[in-house]
Design a protein around this ligand. Structure first.
Ligand code: DQQ
Length: 581
């Protein structure tokens, strides 16, 4: 395993080999709990690097989101968020379902953990799952239990509220008929987890459970039930692909037009299937069609099956969505791990945050989803600072002053002066935005771009995190290629940090000359939305100089073509109630 425990890249081949060797439970634990030596700089443990308005508990380790649906665990006026939590420390382990409640998905109050190991079928851990509101209004939680030591033998359990009249749903009971689904002969018992919210049609409930068949086939097992108690596995999975294990599957209908969401049991011509790929630790989705008679899901673009579309091209994993009946929208919540070291996390006493909840809907072309921070986050905005019609010439930058930028929301619209100077696109990178961004980072001069924001930057620019676009010409008759990147390679002088460049292509027509960027900056996280939410990138960064009031914000242009900031507005962000911290 590499110096940093944080998933991906270098170690992935090793993980794959370990998985082939049937040791994936070891892989899973080690990804989330590897130890490493090293000293801890003062800036790392500074409260100025602890996020202010992103969800986190007062201390310790958190991971996957576990929300509900339908009348979501929006219950009697409260949104309920359950999440994987280690009550004993800042590394993965001792996993319980922690529980927080909110009126607006932004201000949070922590309650006691809702589900803890206390029955034979979850005695070694209560892993991820989902909730469903039954027709009589009762919330039901389906979750993975670990029922044997060491080998992570996984079964699916159910829990109900002890007292339905308690709007805070503080206590949960587990019926004696648990578990409701166990691995059958021929199934991989250590790769069988994370039940979805159930959906109902024609007399049957359905739920999915993530799994792995053989060495490489990731799949979503389909289970059916008439009474929500006896679950029977369908002969065929809903879908599968040669990707490795599917964690945290999520399956839901989307409207073909408009921004409203649909309850999971509604039907639609279009559905989204998302899976979290354990091998890469990225969340991929496809848009497709679902037939509840044949129980088949068919992606619209089979060639893109689990290679093309991601919710987020950065540090964002094990996400879940839920339908919010209050505002008729579907909301996406994702987990962002740390990218400092385990030693750092232990010294800080905390690890893991959640992304700002995002509203998601199908883009009018039907090819991908659009995402946008929920409007409630705007209640945290302070006084705005604006810039209009400013040209940033080749090689120049412009500082945005008049606000504290270490906890800020920035919206900017750019205009490019022409595409003549754009570099030629090398088709070898057509499926590898990340590699292209690794080669052409923020400091590598270009034609049209790189242009964008330097955030959490020191006044001498020794430290800066760059979020930017770069435009390429793409052969006769083809749309220019737009690359969106987050480059944290200069984000900190602190050693032992994992600083990957993250990138995705933006499916937009830049020949209009216009493109927008929004960045939510919060001390050690930068969450960015390109072209109105077509491409999103979340990065964790840990500056050593550019912290607190020493953090600066700039617009930069390292291309040959001038760029105009047609409009920029930046707001300092207030701190909401955050679980008492
Ligand atoms: N971690 C959980 C699992 C899930 C994985 C255990 C995602 O349920 O599959 O904490 O990181």
């Amino acid at each position: 395993m590499g110096t940093h425990r944080n998933w991906i890249f270098g170690p992935w081949m090793l993980l794959f080999l370990l998985q082939l060797a049937g040791a994936s439970h070891v892989v899973h634990r080690s990804l989330e709990a590897e130890q490493e030596p090293g000293s801890v700089p003062a800036s790392i443990v500074s409260p100025l690097l602890r996020t202010g308005y992103h969800f986190q508990p007062p201390r310790n380790w958190i991971n996957v989101i576990t929300v509900s649906d339908n009348g979501p665990l929006y219950y009697k006026g409260w949104y309920h968020l359950f999440y994987q939590y280690n009550p004993k420390g800042a590394v993965w382990g001792n996993i319980v379902w922690a529980h927080s409640v909110s009126r607006d998905l932004i201000n949070w109050i922590a309650l006691e953990p809702a589900i803890k190991p206390d029955i034979p079928s979850d005695q070694y851990g209560c892993w991820s799952g989902s909730a469903t509101i039954l027709p009589d209004g009762t919330p039901a939680i389906l979750y993975t239990g670990i029922d044997r030591p060491n080998i992570n033998y996984q079964v699916q359990n159910i829990a109900f509220p002890k007292n339905k009249s308690d709007p805070l749903l503080r206590e949960w009971v587990k019926p004696g008929y648990n578990p409701v689904a166990s691995p059958e002969p021929g199934m991989n018992a250590t790769q069988f987890r994370d039940p979805t919210t159930a959906w109902y049609a024609d007399g049957h409930w359905r739920m999915l459970v993530g799994g792995l068949k053989g060495a490489r086939r990731g799949l979503a097992y389909l289970y059916r039930s008439r009474d929500f108690k006896t679950w029977v596995r369908a002969k065929h999975p809903l879908h599968s692909a040669l990707t490795g294990m599917w964690e945290c599957p999520d399956f839901f209908p989307v409207q073909v037009s408009g921004q409203n969401g649909l309850d999971t049991s509604e039907t639609s011509p279009k559905y989204i299937l998302k899976n979290s790929l354990d091998l890469t630790r990225y969340d991929y989705y496809t848009v497709g069609t679902y037939n509840n008679v044949t129980e088949k899901y068919v992606p619209d673009n089979p060639s893109g099956d689990y290679h093309r579309l991601r919710y987020d091209y950065g540090n964002f994993y094990a996400s879940k969505t839920f339908f919010d009946p209050v505002k008729h929208r579907r909301i996406l919540l994702g987990w962002a791990n740390e990218s400092d070291s385990v030693t750092h996390d232990k010294a800080k006493g905390w690890a893991g945050i959640h992304a700002i909840p995002r509203k998601i809907w199908l883009e009018p072309s039907g090819k991908q989803l659009l995402q946008w921070p929920i409007e409630e986050v705007e209640t945290l905005r302070g006084k705005p600072v604006s810039i209009s019609n400013k040209v940033v010439k080749a090689g120049q930058h412009l500082e945005v002053t008049g606000l504290g930028t270490y906890q800020a929301d920035v919206e900017v619209s750019f205009e490019v002066s022409g595409l003549e100077k754009a570099e030629a696109f090398d088709p070898a990178f057509a499926d590898d935005a990340e590699k292209l961004c690794g080669i052409k980072g923020a400091d590598v001069k270009g034609g049209v771009g790189p242009f964008g924001l330097w955030v959490l930057a020191s006044s001498g620019l020794e430290e800066k995190t760059s979020i930017f676009f770069r435009v390429f010409k793409n052969g006769h008759g083809k749309k220019p290629v737009v690359l969106m990147c987050a480059d944290p390679t200069k984000s900190s002088l602190t050693p032992d940090l994992y600083k990957p460049t993250f990138a995705g292509f933006v499916d937009t027509d830049i020949s209009t000359g216009k493109i927008s960027l929004r960045s939510l900056i919060d001390r050690s996280v930068v969450e960015s939305f390109g072209a109105g939410g077509k491409t999103c990138i979340l990065s964790r960064v840990y500056p050593s100089i550019a912290i607190g009031d020493k953090a600066h914000l700039y617009v930069f242009n390292n291309g040959e073509a001038d760029i105009k900031v047609s409009h920029l507005t930046a707001w300092e962000m207030k701190k909401p109630l955050m679980n008492g911290a």
